[in-house]
Design a protein around this ligand. Structure first.
Ligand code: GUN
Length: 309
């Protein structure tokens, strides 16, 4: 345990001059991560004769989800893994989906399983998520992996928070002792993000819908991670000068010219001059999510071997 009586000195405190508004290039980071994964897949195959396989299941025809799962399949191929797509009709029953998951759980060629959310009404997402074998739960959303994360044990970690953590560590190095504030308490991002930061030694607060005076908390943050789905929620006066800001939000909004564009939960133009470093939208966290899914699939393939040895 660290000595609580000794004030921590962070590199950011002692830097010669404050840097402001440095863009964190998630796209470039994801490219190099995918390159590393592709090399690891080759080495893994050479050593064990196994090609990692990822099954992605989509129920219904939500257009945004269709794009996401097609991109996942494409990128899976690009890093040399096998991709198994299951596009099921909107009318699929929960029982039929559970039967498919049972088959995928038993298939030795499949190391990772992802069921795209949201699911149509009438299907219990929690029951589906928990039916996935925890060793193949590359989304890290099942109760076993969520519990392992909350206990600080190794496991499969949800992809978006894992991507945020990688960006933070690459920018800041060791995160120990930093004040982190996570805005948004979803099971998909906010809660696992807070636990990851806690496990890295940060002092963590979660701002949520019932938080009184959220600004007072966000202004204490050395690390501010925002995942609410409310575009432009975080204004300049919510941010501590020099903070590292990670924007998970992604909302499509109309522009004056009649087109559309993607925006985040952070009002980028006004926050960037105050923040030390900040992820843009698009090109920040988004590209990291699929890269981390591929990383988790490789981890799951390794797990499958170590546990059958
Ligand atoms: N829908 C939006 N994000 C995600 C995700 O990270 N995992 C799954 N399964 N569905 C999603």
């Amino acid at each position: 345990m660290s000595d609580l009586t000794t004030p921590a000195t962070r590199p950011a405190d002692t830097a010669s001059g404050p840097e402001r508004g440095r863009r964190i290039d998630g796209k470039a980071f994801a490219v190099s991560l995918r390159k590393q994964i592709a090399a690891d897949v080759v080495a893994f195959h050479a050593e064990y004769g196994v090609t990692p396989g990822l099954a992605v299941v989509l129920v219904g025809n939500d257009p945004a989800s269709e794009i996401y799962v097609r991109n996942k399949a494409l990128e899976t191929h690009h890093v040399g893994m096998r991709s198994f797509m299951h596009m099921l009709p909107e009318t699929t029953t929960e029982a039929a989906l559970l039967t498919l998951i049972g088959r995928l759980n038993a298939d030795p060629e499949i190391h990772g399983i992802l069921v795209q959310l949201p699911l149509p009404n009438g299907i219990d997402a929690r029951r589906i998520t928990n039916a996935i074998d925890p060793k193949k739960d590359v989304d890290g959303l099942g109760e076993v992996n969520a519990g392992r994360l909350s206990l600080g044990l190794p496991g499969l970690i949800p992809c978006t928070p894992l991507g945020c953590l990688m960006l933070l560590q690459s920018e800041l190095g060791n995160l120990r002792g930093l004040n982190a504030v996570v805005v948004g308490a979803s099971n998909l991002v906010g809660k696992p993000m807070a636990l990851l930061l806690l496990n890295e030694g940060c002092t963590v607060s979660i701002v949520h819908i019932d938080t009184i005076n959220p600004q007072a908390l966000t202004r204490t943050a050395d690390i501010l991670v925002v995942a609410t789905g409310v575009s432009g929620l975080i204004r300049h006066d919510w941010v501590k000068p020099g903070a590292t800001v990670i924007d998970v939000g992604i909302t499509r909004v109309p522009t004056a010219s009649g087109k559309t564009k993607l925006v985040g939960d952070v009002a980028f133009d006004e926050v960037a001059p105050i923040a030390g470093r900040i992820t843009p939208v698009p090109g920040g966290v988004g590209p990291m999510t699929i890269a981390c899914l591929l990383q988790n699939t490789l981890t799951a393939a390794r797990l499958s071997l170590s546990e059958s040895a």
